[in-house]
Write a protein that binds this ligand. Sequence first.
Ligand code: TMP
Ligand code: MG
Length: 290
Amino acid sequence: MVPELEKVTVLMKNPEHVQRVISALRKEGTDKLQVISDFDMTLSRFGFNGRRCPTSHNILDNSRVISEEGRKKLKDLLQYYYPIEIDPNQTMEEKRPLMVEWWTKAHNLLLEQKILKSDIAKIVRESEVMLRDGANTFFDQLHQHNIPLFIFSAGVGDVLEEVLRQAEVFHPNINVVANYMDFDDKGVLRRFKEPLIHTYNKNNTVLEKTEHFQLLSSRTNIILLGDSLGDLSMADGVPNVENVLTVGFLNDKVDERRGKYRDAYDIVLEKDETLDVVNGILCYILGDLN
Ligand code: TMP
Ligand code: MG
C-alpha cells in the first residue's frame, strides 16, 4: 500500500491499525483531511553531516545580531533545559513549569538584544537551518490538493515563516500558531505576543484563543506530525475527529525513548531526516488524484 513504510527507520506498534487508518483517510477523500504539524525538528532537519541544525530560536541565538554575552547565556539555558525537555524519566506535569522558565528566560534575553524586524530575513538566510529532505514535495502536494496545513509551534513564528518563505513553500493553505514577536514603531523587538507556547502546552488552552479550529471543523481526518511527546496534544481542540494518524520523529536519545514513542505514536521514524514516509502516505491517500 505504502512502500515507504518498509524503510528501516520505521517503527510501528500496531501496523494493522496504521493500515486501517490510512485506508480510511484515502476512502474519505481530501475534503475531510487536514495536516497538523510541529515545526522545529519535525519539518526542519535535526542534523546534517553530523552537525545539529538550528531550531527557530537557535537561528536567532547563533546570529551576529546577538552579543557574545547574550549568546553564551542562551547557550547555557539550552544546555540546562534541553535535557529536561527530552528526559524520558520526568512527566509532562513535572516539565511544564521548567519549560515556562526556559522560554521566559530565553525570550527576555532576546528582548535585551534589540532585534530589528528588518534583520530577520538576513538572519535566516545566513543560518544553517534546513527543511527535511522531501519538504518541497510535501508542501506542494498539500497546496495542490487544497489540504490545510496547520503548523503549531513553540518556536518563533516570525522566524519559521521566513524559513518557509525563503524555501518558497509558504503557500496560502498554511496557518501558523507560534510565538510571534511584537515590534515597536521603529521596528525593534519589544515583546513576545501572548499566549506563550512551549513544548508541553500545545493544546486547546492555547488554541481556544485562535479561530483556526472553527474554520476547519469539517476537516475531521487528521495526519499529525511531531518530534516531541508534547506534540501529540496538538489536535485536541479539533471537534468531531474521526481518524487520526500520528507520525513521530525520534531524533535524539533514541534508545532511551524508543519504547515511549512506540507506545504513543502510530508511526515512529528513527533518525530519519526525510519526509519520505509522510509523502508516501499522502501519495497513497491522494491516489488517482495525483
Ligand atoms: P517546536 O514546537 O517548533 O518544535 O519548537 C520548540 C523547540 O525549540 C523545542 O524543541 C526547544 C527549542 N528551543 C530552543 O532551541 N531554544 C530556546 O531558547 C527555546 C526556548 C526553545
Ligand atoms: Mg519540535
